[in-house]
Design a protein around this ligand. Sequence first.
Ligand code: BES
Ligand code: MN
Ligand code: ZN
Length: 481
Amino acid sequence: MNFELKPLGLLACANEKCDALIVLVPQAFKASKDDLSQLIAQAIKASDFETKPGKTLSLYRPLQANADRVVLAGIGDGSARQVRTAVHAALALVKTPSLKKLVLSFATPAQEGSVRAAVSASADASYVYVTTRSKPEPRVLQKVLIACENASEVKSSFDRGVATVIGVELAKEWANRPANYATPTLLAKAAQELAAFPKFSCEVLGPKEVAKLGMGAFIGVAQGSEQPLQFIVLRYDGAVKTKAPTVLVGKGITFDSGGISLKPGAEMDEMKYDMGGAASVIGAFRAIAHLKPAINLVGLIAACENMPSGRALKPSDVVTSMSGQTIEILNTDAEGRLVLCDALTYAERFKPAAVVDIATLTGACVVALGGVRSGLFATDEALAQALLAAGDASQDLCWRMPLDDDYADGLKTSFADVANVAGRAGGAVTAAKFLQRFTEKYPWAHLDIAGTAWKGGAAKGATGRPVGLLVEYLMSQAAAK
Ligand code: BES
Ligand code: MN
Ligand code: ZN
């Protein structure tokens, strides 16, 4: 899909040849003299159109415009959130099989985040997954022109939006793929392809190298599967060597059956999405390849399947992590923290400025926050604030969760240094407390994206979250210097 940003007012937009023109009208709209403005003003005056977000008015080949269809869409206060609502509502009205070229026109000067929201929402609404269809019907929408008078002011926000879309769509692609089309080996290949970009490199460690590193927890999870585990190390060196890197760590369970602590059958297919954290790391790297900021970035992905077999981990087994800490496995379905803890120890060697792990870690986080906000846990105040702000700016929201030491009490056991599960209560927090034990050497944050990485039900599909948040955070680090 191709995005373009042009400094056009309503008069010029009306002259653009396109399949559909969506005019985004805020409550503060004041009509100018051109025909389209006058038409909008009349529609508002006659109460045929309201500027509340989600409200629309469809027009068929109106004489004022060169477009086949024109939809007026209210954007209320013009904020990013309201623009997203408006673009989704309007696109639902013009999404015909012939919609190839779309013009999204801001009727008044656009706010920064709103341009980004318009880019993301039009991509989101037109995305289709095709990889495993025998007769694929690919996305029809090819070109989106964003038109606003103050285009030069919002250019960087537009660029970030376009980069985010590219990253989000790569993350969606890998997360949506069925588990037999997204094995650890195939995921590693996808990461390796990113090494073709300038200043990018990728190294993949297999079972032998990982055994040498002593990653006993990661190996334990992988040992029930026929698929060999892969430990992926991605790098982007965009700044001077002396600048400490940010490290992103992704949970890459390409299928989570639960292992011997087998999950129930209903909706188990959705556990193909258990590599959503890994997909978001790959997506964030892809976006960074587009934006080329002056930062150093490391991506670590622990990829394997969690399967039951004669060789699989059993409840009561004790494994030794790379950190030397021993872990008693009480539930083999709490595997995410086991693969992550070894990746978090590996992260130490980069002497990172910050480490952020991203994981579809707990069903408890879905209960706590649903699908709106990801759970954010952080040991560092500045890092927490930066991630919260990045979530707001990109409309890829998260919510701070606690890390009081009392939450770790349930992880105590007589048979190892720590158990891999506590009781049912506060499950998202106890999982984070487990991870925290492996993060003492650097500022650390953890994003539990179990509720936000994909949607279930009729509209089942990956969301590409939290690529938007990560890109915004990384760009803010580049600006901070
Ligand atoms: N991948 C799951 C978490 C999950 C469950 C994400 C449902 C999204 C929807 C994770 O590996 C898991 O199974 N966690 C267990 C932990 C429990 C055994 C302590 C859970 O949340 O039930
Ligand atoms: Mn699990
Ligand atoms: Zn899992």
